[in-house]
Design a protein around this ligand. Structure first.
Ligand code: 2P0
Length: 343
């Protein structure tokens, strides 16, 4: 790629990016090198929970180095980080390596997508550090090459990640469809106690694609759900919204279960939360659930129902804590603190 004509100075930059929760899921790739999905997906961007990342290009470094939550990033993580940085270096015309430091406020590998906020923060901070001034579509594409779901954390509110058609991924990026205040909703994360998930999303979705009898119909269902859900959000139709959000998540887990080997992320507590949410809805609360690649459950609910719903969920055996948050803005540059960004 040619250097951008619109270059700013190279130097330390920092960004915060929030995590996001998919309302219709990304589970299946058409290109696993640059994370091109087989279906579009819709998400909400979380306020508060996410990743803070500092990037500093430095002349004395012989390779990129990164600390995540004060520990050196493992080799698999570094490969993905370098993929994003190499693309940025190609655009900026700089060959400098960078020191990076990231702090997460989301629980990694518990079914909460820490890679979404991590790579959105990386793309935002690193492009500024290398002097690039990129629009949100370009940042979303960059974040996507690190981790698919990260493409949805660049913008805030209700976000649509278009699967795109092109082999180079230029038309596969996410954009805001509705601002957070279009339909303010509370998000409750019912955090299941227990260890890390055993199979990563990256591996799990590859397995489902090759091994699940239901995979083809799963992708067809997503194509339908994305269109229908965008309409439900536009019309603030909670009943349709709840059916689509729950149905899409259950279909994704059904697809995993139909794999050989079957992939099961749930624990008994997962079913207990599902039952409680359905009971609460029957009793008139506006709430519905979704589940990612883990045992924890995320509940979308109206602001007035958030507290009573949260109280019921907190009482369930096996729920460690219920975190309440809301829909918020996307990734942004922030003031970089002093001190070297790497040890
Ligand atoms: C989603 N998940 O739409 C779905 C639902 C998990 C379950 O996006 O391989 O960590 O890095 O592109 O982004 C998790 O997938 O996977 C994910 P990669 P990523 O939120």
């Amino acid at each position: 790629m040619k250097p951008s004509p619109n270059l700013g100075p190279i130097g330390r930059a920092a960004a915060f990016a929030p995590s996001n929760i998919a309302l219709t899921k990304y589970w299946g790739k058409r290109n696993s090198r640059i994370n091109l999905p087989l279906s579009s997906s819709i998400s909400v961007t979380l306020s508060e929970l996410g990743s803070f990342t500092i990037v500093e290009p430095q002349a004395d470094l012989r390779q990129d180095v990164m600390l995540v939550d004060d520990k050196p990033l493992d080799d698999a993580g570094l490969v993905k980080v370098r993929r994003v940085l190499d693309e940025i270096r190609a655009m900026s015309g700089s060959s400098l390596y960078a020191g990076l430091r990231s702090v997460n406020t989301v629980a990694a590998a518990q079914g909460m997508a820490s890679s979404a906020s991590a790579f959105a923060a990386l793309a935002t901070a690193a492009s500024a550090a290398y002097g690039l001034r990129l629009d949100s579509a370009a940042l979303s594409r960059l974040a996507r090459t690190g981790s698919g779901s990260a493409s949805r954390s660049i913008d805030g509110g209700y976000v649509l990640w278009q699967r795109g058609e092109k082999d180079d991924g230029s038309d596969s990026f996410a954009t805001q469809r509705f601002a957070a205040d279009h339909w303010p909703m509370r998000i409750l994360i019912a955090h299941a106690s227990g260890g890390r998930k055993s199979v990563s999303s990256t591996l799990g979705m590859a397995q489902s694609k090759t091994d699940s009898l239901l995979f083809r119909s799963w992708i067809e269902r997503c194509d339908h759900d994305v269109v229908a859900l965008e309409n439900a959000i536009e019309n603030k139709d909670f009943s349709t919204f709840a059916d689509l959000v729950e149905g899409n998540a259950l279909a994704m887990h059904g697809t995993m279960l139909a794999g050989q080997p079957a992939l099961l992320y749930w624990r008994p507590v997962t079913l207990a939360v599902i039952a409680a949410v359905r009971e609460l809805r029957k009793d008139g609360a506006e709430c519905c659930f979704t589940i990612d690649a883990g045992a924890s459950v995320v509940i979308l609910c109206s602001p007035q129902d958030a507290r009573p719903v949260s109280e019921v969920l907190s009482e369930i055996d096996g729920i460690e804590q219920v975190i309440q948050t809301r829909i918020g803005p996307g990734a942004r540059l922030v003031e970089a603190p002093g001190g070297l960004p790497h040890a």
